[in-house]
Design a protein around this ligand. Structure first.
Ligand code: NAD
Length: 487
């Protein structure tokens, strides 16, 4: 059986490349190639820039309320096609249908809806300076680039295009080469909704295509989601043309569970924050610090629920709540971390092995894994694993727990479980992380800005402030009096 071949999406339609180069995309749950994609060669790249220039000229000249109406139409189409799009995400990523069906498309659509609403609300300032005055305009940046990771492919494309387009920019988006289809579907939806051709273009490929985007002098901004190491390369490359950057990078986030916490709720948070999307979520609370008075209770319940409630298998089966990891390489990387955890002396509470579920025997599954007796210097406690591997640590002093939680170069997210309202805020205010939860974990509504402290990122996505990252202020001074000149 021949598999489909998808082309790059430029200027409102599919564009064939000239090199003939393609790459294969596999379903992580079956290890089968499901389609091929053409790489964006020099011909496609040039066309993308030209298309975006034209798209920008048309789009930026439209009234914001008109852009808003069109984007809201795209939101309607996204929601109407939820199941079709969710299925693409399941086949591309290996994540469970029961997640994709209610999260991936919805949270993407929510963000476009949110920014569509804000588009006409953006205003400048005016101020008198004597008899003269000045006013400011919020102008779009021009052509922006988006580069996505593979864990939430469609959602990431929406989170980048929502604010970029609402502010009047054109976007050239490169999805991860592991999960390229969702962005193409979004491009088709934008066209159907009435977004002018060239405003949202999709280029396909791996690092070289990403690098081209970061270097191109006509691109004003790069919004990147991916690993810290790649993010550093992107910033360095973008510096060559002094591009604006937004960096959404990795984490090694702590969750602090105090002895007055609702332990079942804390266990729920720990499981969600380590096993949802089979652990492939940037904000995961992979370091769980539990107060010594409730440590045994916490790990007993955690072990029981992990062993009884998790069902791995064919992700399209609606019962399944643990999917396959993205690739064989990533699977082996995660298994390597588990081996390190064991060899460095952590106690394996549960999991620790690859899985071969009957319904998906060739998939890249890893059992939900919990290590206890962890110490701060262990590799599994220090490095981002991006798989279903949780490290549990014990503490008995609040200040010490905060110090240990902050002892990392990363600072994406953090959480605290306690019934003491003063302690909750006192502790959270001291944690060095951009996204924090009290007695909750993982929720990320469109209204809430998200992004990292330290090496977990630069800038924010979502929330009102993100529009600032896609606009520039033009100040206009108006002379009402004669110029006084010494010449
Ligand atoms: P990655 O860094 O390997 O790749 C991300 C993207 O960058 C891909 O599209 C890739 O093709 C591209 N790329 C690779 N090299 C490049 C280069 N030199 N120049 C430009 N682009 C290049 O990341 P990944 O493996 O796809 O995703 C997993 C990582 O993403 C994890 O570290 C995770 O924490 C992070 N992540 C962060 C967030 C967040 O919002 N903070 C969200 C999701 C994922």
């Amino acid at each position: 059986m021949t598999t489909p071949v998808y082309q790059n999406f430029i200027n409102g339609h599919f564009l064939k490349n000239q090199s003939g180069e393609t790459f294969a995309v596999k379903n992580p749950a079956t290890d089968e190639v499901i389609y091929h994609v053409e790489v964006a060669d020099a011909f496609v790249q040039n066309a993308a820039i030209e298309s975006a220039k034209q798209g920008f000229a048309t789009w930026s000249a439209m009234a914001p309320i008109e852009r808003s109406r069109i984007l809201l139409k795209a939101v309607e189409l996204l929601r109407a096609r939820n199941d079709e799009l969710a299925k693409i995400e399941v086949l591309d990523t290996g994540k469970p249908w029961q997640e994709a069906e209610c999260v991936d498309v919805q949270t993407g659509a929510d963000v476009i809806e949110y920014f569509a609403g804000l588009a006409p609300a953006q205003v400048g300032q005016q101020q008198m300076v004597g008899e003269d005055f000045y006013y400011t305009r919020k102008e779009p940046l021009g052509i922006c680039a988006g580069i996505g990771a593979w864990n939430y492919p469609l959602q990431i494309a929406c989170w980048k295009s929502g604010p970029a387009l609402a502010a009047g920019n054109a976007l050239i988006f490169k999805p991860s080469e592991e999960t390229p289809l969702g962005a193409i579907k979004l491009a088709e939806i934008f066209i159907e909704a009435g977004v002018p051709a060239g405003v949202f273009n999709v280029v396909q490929g791996a690092a070289e295509v990403g690098q081209w985007l970061t270097q191109h002098a006509d691109i004003e901004k790069v919004s990147f989601t991916g690993e810290v190491g790649t993010g550093k390369k992107v910033v360095a490359s973008a510096a060559g043309s002094l591009k604006d950057v937004t960096m959404e990078l990795g984490g090694k986030s702590p969750l602090l569970v105090f002895d007055d916490a609702d332990i079942s709720q804390a266990v729920s948070a720990a499981m969600l924050g380590n096993f949802y999307t089979q652990g492939e979520i940037c904000t995961n609370c992979t370091r769980i610090y539990v107060h010594k008075n409730v440590y045994q209770q916490f790990i007993d319940e955690l072990k029981t629920r992990t062993e009884q409630n998790i069902i791995a298998g064919d992700p399209m089966n609606s019962e399944v709540n643990l999917g396959a990891l993205i690739s064989k390489n990533h699977h082996d990387l995660v298994m390597g971390y588990i081996d390190k955890g064991i060899s460095e002396g952590a106690t394996l509470l549960t999991g620790g092995k690859a899985l071969k579920p009957d319904s998906a025997p060739n998939g890249y599954f890893v059992a939900p894994t919990v290590f206890t007796d962890c110490t701060d210097d262990m590799t599994i406690v220090k490095e981002e694993i991006f798989g279903p591997v949780m490290s549990v640590l014990v503490f008995d002093d609040e200040d010490d727990a905060i110090r240990r939680a902050n002892d990392t170069h990363l600072g994406l997210a953090a959480g605290v479980f306690t019934k003491d309202i003063k302690r909750a805020h006192r502790v959270i205010h001291q944690l060095q992380a951009g996204i924090c939860w009290i007695n909750s974990y993982g929720n990320s509504p469109a209204e809430m800005p998200v992004g990292g402290y330290k090496q977990s990122g630069i800038g924010r996505e979502n929330g009102i402030e993100t529009l600032e990252h896609y606009t520039q202020t033009k100040s206009i001074y108006v002379g009402m009096t004669d110029i006084e000149s010494p010449f």
